[in-house]
Write a protein that binds this ligand. Structure first.
Ligand SMILES: [Zn+2]
Length: 114
């Protein structure tokens, strides 16, 4: 599940708020939640309207953790078999970069404001 973040509009707060969504791009997101996020800040409770163009897709920490775990497990398995290859690291890292690419694409795409 993609995790979106945006900054609190209260100048005394400006902390990151998170929002979990199903959408993988901003156009789907617009269908899912509309043009704006209307919410009270998680930390200070300041009510703010945030346009969805200001939402930023972040790769969850678990993706990084899973990548590392997969590297370790694959290495251990292949070590037992006696076959170590760069593929061991390439596959999980490729997966990680794929996630990164999706996030970048999401963040680059802006919907037009009317
Ligand atoms: Zn706040």
């Amino acid at each position: 599940m993609p995790q979106l973040s945006y900054y609190c509009k209260s100048t005394s707060c400006e902390r990151k708020n998170y929002l979990k969504v199903k959408s993988n791009n901003r156009f789907e997101l617009q269908q899912e939640i509309g043009n704006e996020v209307k919410r009270n800040g998680f930390f200070c409770g300041t009510y703010a309207v945030t346009h969805i163009n200001r939402l930023h897709l972040e790769i969850g920490k678990w993706v990084m953790v899973m990548t590392l775990i997969t590297c370790v497990i694959l290495s251990a398995l292949l070590f037992i078999v006696g076959w170590i290859s760069t593929v061991t690291f390439t596959i999980p890292i490729w997966f990680y970069f794929d996630q990164q690419k999706r996030a970048n694409l999401f963040n680059k795409t802006m919907i037009s404001r009317h």
